[in-house]
Design a protein around this ligand. Sequence first.
Ligand code: BGP
Length: 464
Amino acid sequence: MLKENFLWGGALAANQCEGAYNEDGKGLSIMDIITAGDKDHPRQMTMDIKEDCYYPNHEAIDFYHRYEEDTDLFAQMGFKCLRVSIAWSRIFPHGDEEEPNQKGLAFYDRLFETLHQKGIEPVVTISHYEMPLELVKKYGGWRNRKLIDFYVHYAKTLFERYQGVVKYWMTFNEINSTIHIPAIAGVIIKADEDEKSIAYQALHHQFVASAKAVRLAHSIDSQNQVGCMVMTTVGYPQTPHPLDVAAAQNYLRDGTLFFCDVHVRGHYPAYFKSYGVKINVTKEDQEILSQGCVDYIGFSYYSSQVVSRNNNGEETQGNIVKGLKNPYLKASEWGWQIDPQGLSFLMKELYERYEKPLFIVENGLGYDDQLTEDGCIHDDYRIDYLRQHLDMMKKTVEAEHIDLMGYTAWGPIDIVSAGTGEMKKRYGFIYVDKDNQGNGTLKRIKKDSYYWYQKVIATNGEDL
Ligand code: BGP
């Protein structure tokens, strides 16, 4: 049985749903200058808006103006919580101002009030792949230590404004992506630079900023619960060859656990020295890390990988996964291998290692849904995916006595894909009429999975 106050819901990111990219004083974020790609082509950063390019995040699904309708649909589904992010560049258009943009704050005032009126608890990611572009141009993004102060000032503004309104926070979405795609942290690396060290330095600055934010959140309101958010995946050994098994062990540690280690334990693990990177970690940084341990572990889980001694499973470009195939698993059209067992593996690993509450804040199936002649979307494949994962989640909670706070399905309404910028990579229970080129009425249509998830929530996961 899941606990009574289990946080069922969905998860969104501002840049992938809000649109209104230049309204009410919002500055440009790094996601506003990224073009659309597809499953074979990564998205491109243009650094400035070019006339002849299509930027899917500019309008996204117009949640900025349609949040009333959308949150009504979530409330009818029975959502207990909604994970959203705040667009940093709505609050600080350039990222380094003293005073926040009141119109930007006003939007989130309205959104949170609406959610509370509908009995939905907001769960807020402070930074979800959407830092102000000016911080990249002026300071080089997270490679610059100055970003810590800008972020902390931004976080403080939010904690003060939303005291008693928002209780659940996450500091950085999928903080580990900085290592795979430094540009997501605003870090553009030149050919002659030591890429690995710069990426880990940028990551370190975010670790420090996160720890400072955790401490601040607690001092402003002791009710605040602040988590990390780590992208997780398991790597299975391709063969029983001891070196393949060792590669898989390292893959899990270096790709997932390392990031939790620093956030949860408050210090760099001894094995970090084996990474051979040169980064500047001051005595003061170490103290800050040890005083800002997170309250819970938020994580995303979509698929598992296969790892061998010759391939570390990291052949990815953005969210486009091009790793080794697992002959025992099916994969989505985008190559994400479907593996509910992997979720159980990770839940056990994380809970055994840290004994901290867990929160599954992203999970789901990206699928090119088709409207049928009856005007519906019969997405039994999505129901299948979610049913299998939720079943595994429930069984693992029960068998292992795991403290699991909640589950938020990724993209409960179709949104722009983070990895490819496509609209057709849909995760939603609610369909949005819009295509990859930006055409469509933006009309919302309930899919079959909508009614299924409604029933799941109503029975607290008993009826899957
Ligand atoms: C995670 C991100 C999300 C989200 C999700 C699905 O990595 O935190 O922002 O988009 O993946 O990825 P995609 O949209 O590429 O299918």
